[in-house]
Write a protein that binds this ligand. Structure first.
Ligand code: GTB
Length: 215
């Protein structure tokens, strides 16, 4: 059965791949699973039909037969559990890969989101210059230990997994700030993720939506 995901009809990032449908597309591409995309406008996301799929009126969602999912962590985990290639078979290694998914979403992404929001929405506030270094320090407090743990390895725990897919997706959100460049091992790690053919296909697919909406 071909799943359907939702994505922005017009992504505010102009096709830079920062909206969260990219990570779901990436997982589907890694799994070799074809998928359909239903594009939704900002107003449609807040209407009953979409709210039935996503209680918070957001994208992405994932529909496959009787199953409807929201939250990229749950969606990527579901895809990884259904298909080979995104989670190791060995039970302990599998559990560790899932732990990295949670680390990406729960420990690394929150300060990155806060930092991004501050840079985007708080620039005009009188306290911006004072607050930004505090928020940036919280991001750095995650990046240094992550870099230390990764060391010179290609991926976080053995072969590429859904844990790396999620961690790279989260780190890529730092691209506009340039902060990742201060952590060469993490910058190279994110670049390795971006160089994967499945990521390239996912990125191109989300970009095509943006380019089509402009023409
Ligand atoms: N925790 C949820 C998940 O992981 O699925 C978060 C989902 C989420 O934040 N969705 C966003 C959304 O639908 C899109 S991805 N927002 C609309 C709304 O809440 O009304 C976040 C996002 C949006 C835009 C950019 N950008 O343009 O740079 C980057 C990231």
């Amino acid at each position: 059965m071909i799943p359907t995901i939702t994505a922005f009809e017009r992504s505010p990032d102009g096709g830079k791949g920062l909206a969260r449908d990219t990570r779901v597309r990436w997982a589907l591409e890694e799994a070799g699973q074809p998928y359909d995309v239903r594009l939704v406008s900002f107003s449609a996301m807040k209407q009953a039909a979409h709210l039935a799929l996503h209680p918070f009126g957001q994208i992405p969602t994932y529909e496959e037969g009787d199953l409807a999912l929201f939250e990229t962590g749950a969606i990527v985990l579901h895809i990884a559990q259904q298909h080979a290639g995104l989670l190791p078979q060995e039970p302990n290694a599998r559990a560790r890969a899932i732990a990295w998914m949670f680390a990406a979403l729960n420990t690394v992404e929150p300060p990155i989101l806060e930092f991004g929001s501050a840079r985007l929405f708080e620039r005009d506030q009188p306290w911006y210059e004072q607050r930004l270094p505090l928020v940036e320090a919280r991001v750095r407090a995650r990046l240094q230990p992550l870099s230390d743990r990764l060391g010179d390895a290609d991926w976080l725990d053995g072969a590429f997994s859904a844990g790396d897919l999620m961690m790279v997706s989260v780190l890529l959100r730092l691209k506009p700030s340039g902060l990742l460049n201060d952590y060469p091992k993490l910058a190279a790690y994110a670049a390795r993720g971006e160089a994967r053919p499945a990521y390239i296909r996912a990125f191109d697919a989300q970009l095509a939506v943006f380019e089509k909406s402009r023409s």
